[in-house]
Write a protein that binds this ligand. Sequence first.
Ligand code: NCD
Length: 306
Amino acid sequence: MTNDWVLKDLLGLERLGAANIEAILDAAASFKKAPSPELLAGRTVAFLFSEASTRTRSSFEAAALRLGAECLSFSAAGSSLAKGETMLDTMLNLQAVGVTHFVVRHERSGVLEDLAPKLDACVINAGDGWHEHPTQALLDLLTLLERWGSFKGRKVVILGDIRHSRVARSNLFALRKLGAKVVFCGPTPLVPDAFAALGVQVVHNVEEALKGADAVNVLRLQLERMEQGFVPSLADYALAYQLTPARAGLMKPEALVLHPGPMNRGVEIASEVADGPRSVILEQVANGVFVRMAALALCDQGRARG
Ligand code: NCD
């Protein structure tokens, strides 16, 4: 890998420059072409997940194994975290056991910012509260880039519960840095007009938002982060905002449909669209392994250089 990456942690995309974002995407693309089964031999990856995960955790684990690293089985629920040990103490102890990489998912936004500098090991954010989910956004971008070659002049709509979505935030930061135009769409309580200050166009009418789009990234309603009253009912939400075949047809003919998962079929997306010819949802999942290989490998390089 030839690049200028010097960071040992990947905590978010807001403060990552375009060159570093491109370095991850390039590394992911090269891992997809040629495996590197010894690159992380001797490294140990630990997973600290205090929220549910299917795709993120399994693909990080697959990524670590494909690079020759070991994965330490660790469950936050059965650990001393449950006995009141601080997260920093837990991580320092695991580091003493030999952990070189932490992959962390946590319900508190920004929880890793203070912890990462206190550790020699790499820290990779696998989703923190509403804040960021950098590797999800990067795998979304890799999937788009493979089809498009460049983001210049592309219009990407992010549709759904943006207020509670770390995926939307990380996507916005990265897409804008690489030159795409981003439109946020959803009902006002979930997509406040104030989001326009982030440099995004806010559109509440789904038909208007989708017209002429090159891609739509559909998000579920994050009911676990929501108090009552953000949407009248799931049925009302579906009526007004579900990505139906008719609505998907308003985009450009070659437009792509993305979803980070988990999908709630029949709520934010119709099954015909999720399983239809424009959908790249399972390609996203497959690309997740390569993006996570890139994140683990580049952070390891940063750890060695730092
Ligand atoms: C997302 C997450 O956990 O932030 N899922 C994922 O990682 N693929 C999105 C979600 O939970 O809706």
